[in-house]
Design a protein around this ligand. Structure first.
Ligand SMILES: [Zn+2]
Ligand SMILES: [Zn+2]
Length: 325
């Protein structure tokens, strides 16, 4: 999972049978996609620098930190529980208004549209660390330069080219649902709302200066942090960490990203049990997204939560049994 900032034009080419056969996009599409991603990454980075300079000059308020934390969790859970566990892997079921809300809050993370995100992540699971994986950090050459290039590609570099045409096909089930087509089409609106909401709250409590710092901390800084934390699941969590389950790829459990990415850093667990709603499979593996799902189930707002059974856990640890879809 990672950002495709402002790069939300789904390809319209005829679909083929696999990534290797995808047609090469035209020059203009490549230029527009590159500029969109470059602009998104630059603006959030510059906004973070501006927020730090203002904080050094005038201090930072609890309101700003609260907006950063609040918006980080709201849009982060939209990605982890919504885009990832609900829409990509169908690991639980919930009511339409909850699906709508998770689709909207996930869009506020500026990581591309719902259909793009889901399509790309399903491709990642299908071809993990092999030809066709949209963002594997494993190089094709032995040199230090090729290692660095592969890391950059897995972290953010993959977001610069246009979307591969097959993404459309990989989110076909979601495209059949009218409500999700609306959520997907209005991605720019939700993304901008994610910047305006903290600015409006900042204005309500602290006037125009509060609007500015609310926009910076709850908007640009939050998107900047979430981009890199989400990107780290694709880069760091396929490089460093433990591998309790032999799953045939390089996915790892990384405790730091496990905490920062609201549970998504237990990535080897996730590759072993992709449809499990719980990624932190041990009691000590912090998984904030799953705890929130438990709250939803307590209030009967979610059901059919999919979890691996004890025999399945044992079998996968021993390298036995197919990976569940
Ligand atoms: Zn992965
Ligand atoms: Zn996944």
């Amino acid at each position: 999972m990672t950002p495709a900032i402002l790069n939300h034009n789904l390809a319209r080419q005829t679909l083929h049978t696999g990534p290797a056969e995808a047609t090469r996009p035209g020059t203009w599409r490549r230029v527009i996609a590159w500029l969109g991603t470059f602009t998104g990454l630059s603006v959030t980075a510059l906004g973070t620098v501006a927020a730090l300079i203002l904080a050094a000059l005038h201090g930072v308020t609890w309101l700003d930190l609260g907006l950063l934390a609040g918006m980080y969790v709201v849009s982060g859970v939209g990605i982890t529980l919504g885009f990832h566990r609900l829409f990509t892997h169908r690991s639980f079921q919930t009511y339409r208004p909850v699906r709508f809300l998770l689709g909207v809050t996930g869009s506020m993370a500026f990581q591309g549209t719902l259909f793009e995100w889901v399509g790309r992540h399903r491709l990642h699971h299908k071809h993990s660390d092999k030809e066709g994986d949209p963002h594997s950090p494993h190089p094709h050459g032995p040199t230090f330069r090729s290692v660095l290039r592969a890391f950059w590609h897995s972290h953010l570099g993959w977001a610069f080219p246009p979307n591969p045409p097959e993404l459309v096909r990989y989110a076909g089930d979601l495209r059949r649902e009218r409500m999700l087509r609306i959520v997907n089409a209005l991605f720019p609106l939700w993304a901008v709302l994610g910047l305006l909401i903290p600015a409006v709250i900042g204005y309500a409590f602290a006037g125009w200066y509060g609007a500015l710092t609310g926009f910076l901390w709850g908007g640009l800084v939050r998107v900047f942090l979430l981009h890199h934390v989400t990107a780290a699941v694709n880069s760091l969590c396929h490089l460093w960490g433990s591998r309790p389950y032999p799953v045939g790829d390089q996915s790892r459990n990384n405790p730091l990203i496990g905490v920062l990415a609201l549970g998504e850093g237990w990535h080897n667990n996730h590759h072993a049990f992709p449809s499990s709603a719980r990624h932190g499979l041990k009691w000590w593996q912090l998984d904030v997204s799953y705890y929130l799902l438990r709250v939803l189930t307590f209030f009967r707002l979610a059901w059919k939560v999919r979890l691996p059974s004890e025999p399945e856990l044992k079998a996968r640890a021993a390298g036995v049994g197919p990976m569940r879809p």
